[in-house]
Design a protein around this ligand. Structure first.
Ligand code: FE2
Ligand code: FE2
Length: 374
């Protein structure tokens, strides 16, 4: 950014709200641009090159989601702008659609301006831009849905970035995974559960969401098992990274809507070893390597890639196998629909002996008691 002045584009057709926001940022010494629909927003971005865009999801002419999509694909725009979407109703579908369109965060209206500033700070941090906003003195109280939206946004962005870096042979941004897991651990201890994993099931960018689900479900389960905090960290980070080897698998195979041929399946079965190799190269903890390598192993030796059995599989591998299978069954995929949680447990128990029996029984109890939600 050339100057110390910050430039914000506010896109909202609610004139009063837009004026209120403008006033708030003008008083902070920011330069404010406004647009009242999606078309004006795109024109404004081309002309004014703002530092951040704050856009209502519902807009005339072209709504916020379509506008965000357009901005992210517009080759005339040299850089990626931080975009925060605003919406009057905490509708999860709209939040997810906005994220899929490429927005960085979602804020539920009405909101405290402090909360907005807090989000802008975090996004600025995420974009590694020095917007240089003074820190808030007090902590900001988030409402539950805001907290959830935030975790969804940041986890998804983090996982997406990790996968795209690995696909492009760049380093995994491991500190980002640690930070996301740290935040999830804090919420886990405060709220005593991580229900958002269950609320994200219908989303179609499966590979990212699956990684977040496996991370949060693994942490919830390990927490229930009273595992050490250091183990919670391992299963959380391992959940994010367990399928990282898929970045080395041909996309045609990865996204194939039909059943894989035998040759394709053999290719797919390489992802645990490929994942472990990536993590070894990055010097990432042994427990996390085990989760990547062992999450498709089965206690009765029927798994892959090494047909390990019983005691040869680490406790992390045993836990990850249960969570990975459960999430794969209960999530919509390109080639199959989801089954409900009780059916998933039934499928997993036939034939018996695939999963560590003690762990599996405890997991089944947890799901049946809905301790971690549905
Ligand atoms: Fe896998
Ligand atoms: Fe997986």
């Amino acid at each position: 950014m050339a100057s110390l002045t910050k430039h914000i584009l506010i896109v909202d057709n609610d004139f009063n709200f837009s004026a209120l926001l403008s006033d708030f940022f003008l008083k902070k010494g920011w330069v404010v641009y406004t647009a009242k629909d999606g078309q004006q927003a795109v024109n404004n971005v081309h002309t004014n090159d703002p530092d951040i865009i704050l856009m209502n999801v519902d807009l005339p002419v072209r709504d916020g989601i379509a506008t965000c999509n357009l901005l992210r694909r517009d080759i005339a725009i040299a850089r990626q702008y931080p975009i925060i979407m605003m919406g009057a109703f905490p509708d999860k579908k709209k939040i997810v659609k906005s994220i899929e369109a490429g927005c960085d965060d979602f804020i539920v209206k009405p909101f405290k301006f402090d909360v907005l500033i807090n989000k802008i700070e975090k996004i600025a941090d995420f974009y590694r831009k020095k917007i240089n906003i003074p820190k808030q003195e007090d902590g900001v109280d988030y409402k539950e849905e805001e907290q959830e939206a935030e975790i969804i946004v940041y986890s998804r962005n983090a996982v997406k970035k990790i996968f795209s870096n690995t696909m492009n042979d760049r380093r995994i941004e491991y500190p980002v995974v640690q930070k996301v897991v740290d935040n999830m651990v804090k919420i886990l201890h405060r709220e005593n559960n991580l229900p958002m994993a269950f609320k994200m099931k219908s989303y179609n960018d499966y590979i990212y969401i699956h990684s977040i689900n496996v991370a949060s479900l693994s942490m919830s389960f390990a927490y229930h098992l009273k595992w050490e905090p250091s183990d919670l960290q391992i299963v959380g980070e391992g959940g994010f990274l367990h399928d990282i080897g898929k970045t080395r698998i041909d996309l045609q195979i990865l996204m194939k809507p039909d059943k894989l041929t035998d040759a394709e399946f053999s290719e797919m079965k390489k992802h645990p070893s490929l994942g472990r190799d990536i993590l070894v190269k990055e010097n990432i903890t042994d427990g996390i390597q085990k989760i990547a390598l062992e999450h498709h192993e089965r206690i009765n030796g029927s798994g892959y890639p090494n047909s390990l059995s019983g005691g040869q599989i680490s406790k992390f591998g045993k836990l990850a196998a249960i969570i990975d299978a459960y999430d794969a069954l209960t999530t919509d995929r390109c080639f199959k629909g989801a089954v409900d949680s009780l059916d998933a447990l039934k499928i997993m128990s036939e034939p018996a002996g695939q999963f560590d029996q003690i762990l599996f029984d405890k997991f089944a109890d947890l799901i049946k008691n809905e301790t971690i939600g549905k």
